[in-house]
Design a protein around this ligand. Structure first.
Ligand SMILES: Nc1nc2c(ncn2[C@@H]2O[C@H](COP(=O)(O)OP(=O)(O)OP(=O)(O)O)[C@@H](O)[C@H]2O)c(=O)[nH]1
Length: 465
């Protein structure tokens, strides 16, 4: 059926035949290349100016040879184009239409949609090919960008999905109870461990408020605390003191728990992730261990105390002397030792009885300790023999102290529970650590020797070596 434009179409055809300016306008203005190829002489091909301009070449340099474009077309695309050309020559229904890549003079790739039609003689034999180029490079670049964006999006989606799955898994499979809580304390999500810890199903927990899981007495400030936490954020442990956080099970049992809070901010709002660890057994264990440690300490101390006089015993003395010797070796401080022995103690026992002798042994340390300093160590090292370790004290100062002890003991009257009063004297041996002493025994042996001297010189005296 004829339409309103039909006569214009016919007129245009006529115009193109008669006025070459129309053809010129069309080929330069509407297309990115026009070519006309002599199939019988395939080296001859006319290409319009734009054909070459699009590819970056000066058309005036070109000789209108088919080899000129065949050299710069992508060689794989050339095969496709030639293949399509043959098919089209054999069968005009087969379109000559493909996208090919050319190398622009500047090295970049130019994407061309290349279409053509064979001009045939009366026998239908192709004589010429008339073809067009349309530069679709920008389209192709946009397509590549789009593909890149699409694959980036795919990648981000995959990463986000994985992260979500992982965090879901971490939440669910964590060894501790996890509760996701909103600012009002509503439980949004709970994991399997939370079910086990509190004795409620997940569905039940997700209908509850965290205040339902706290013993009544301490839940009063809880909601206020939650709101404060949401303002402060961060990750922190709840409760200042260890073992003081309590949680309530469905069966009413109060648990000792450790709660760690983490604030998670999402596009849909903030929520707190509360990780709750049941410390009941651990707390019980810690308490029992602490008890054991205190007990052991007491026992340990007992093994170092002389049961009669309640001052340190021989064992502690040996340890203390060893320690002081080591510390002296490190800091080169003077160290002195006094050995104290009661004179004729056997006679005290013989005269007043063993328990009276014990009373003397108990009283004597208090007498001696009146003249010792903080840091000095008095120990009972034998039946009626005592030792006094004097750190940071040289022999001269030790001698002054020893003389004072001898004097005060001689002045002292020991009051016995039997009513008698007893006078006695002491013999002392004093020494200090000398450079050649290789261990603490050297010190002890010298003090012992000095004490022996005091005894043999008549007792009630001090000898220094
Ligand atoms: N009451 C009492 N006597 C003790 C204790 N340990 C040792 N003795 C006595 O202390 C006395 C020590 O006697 P000796 O070693 O002969 O020395 P001494 O009589 O003090 O004479 P000298 O040391 O030489 O001055 C002994 O009679 C022991 O039985 C004790 O724990 N309590």
């Amino acid at each position: 059926m004829e339409n309103n434009g039909s006569y214009l179409e016919k007129e245009l055809y006529q115009l193109i035949k008669t006025d070459t300016r129309v053809f010129d306008f069309l080929q330069e203005g509407a297309l990115d290349g026009l070519w006309y190829w002599d199939i019988d002489n395939p080296e001859n091909e006319w290409m319009n100016k734009r054909f070459w301009e699009v590819l970056g070449y000066d058309p005036s340099e070109k000789k209108h040879l088919a080899s000129e474009w065949q050299d710069i077309i992508n060689q794989d695309d050339l095969k496709v184009a030639l293949d399509n050309f043959e098919k089209h020559c054999l069968d005009k229904e087969q379109p000559y239409d493909q996208v090919v890549r050319y190398k622009h003079k500047n090295g970049s790739t130019v994407w061309i949609r290349c279409r053509g039609i064979a001009i045939r003689d009366n026998d239908g034999r192709p004589k010429r090919m008339l073809g067009t180029h349309i530069d679709i490079t920008r389209l192709k670049e946009a397509e590549a960008r789009y593909q890149r964006n699409l694959s980036e999006l795919d990648k981000h989606y995959a990463i986000t999905k994985l992260a979500l799955e992982q965090s879901e898994l971490l939440f669910e499979m964590a060894p501790d109870a996890n509760l996701q809580v909103d600012v009002q304390g509503h439980i949004i999500k709970a994991n399997i461990q939370a079910e086990k810890l509190f004795g409620y199903s997940k569905a039940e927990l997700e209908q509850m408020n965290v205040s339902d899981l706290i013993p009544k007495g301490i839940s009063a400030n809880h909601n206020k605390n939650i709101q404060t936490y949401f303002k402060q954020g961060g990750a922190r442990k709840m409760g200042a003191e260890r073992g003081k956080m309590a949680a309530l099970r469905r069966d009413g049992q109060a648990l000792q728990v450790e709660i760690t809070l983490n604030l998670i901010s999402t596009a849909y709002g903030d929520y707190a992730l509360a990780t709750i660890r049941d410390m009941t057994k651990i707390e019980a264990l810690i308490t029992s261990l602490e008890g054991q440690i205190a007990e052991n300490k007491k026992l340990e101390e007992l093994t170092l105390i002389d049961p009669l006089t309640k001052i340190y015993n021989q064992r502690h003395f040996e340890q203390a002397l060893k320690k002081e010797f080591a510390s002296n070796a490190r800091y080169s401080q003077p160290l002195s030792l006094i050995l104290i022995d009661i004179d004729y103690f056997k006679a005290v026992n013989d005269k007043y009885g063993h328990s009276s002798g014990n009373e003397v042994l108990i009283e004597l340390p208090s007498l001696i300790n009146q003249f010792t300093r903080y840091g000095d160590t008095l120990a009972r090292v034998g039946g009626e023999e005592f030792a006094l370790i004097l750190p940071h004290c040289d022999k001269e100062s030790a001698l002054v102290l020893a003389e004072r002890i001898v004097f005060e003991a001689e002045q002292h009257a020991f009051k016995l529970s039997c009513g008698n009063t007893l006078k006695l004297t002491l013999s002392l041996g004093v020494t200090q650590l000398y450079e050649g002493d290789t261990d603490e025994h050297a010190l002890f042996e010298r003090a012992d020797k000095a004490l022996y001297e005091s005894k043999s010189l008549g007792r009630n005296r001090v000898t220094t070596i």
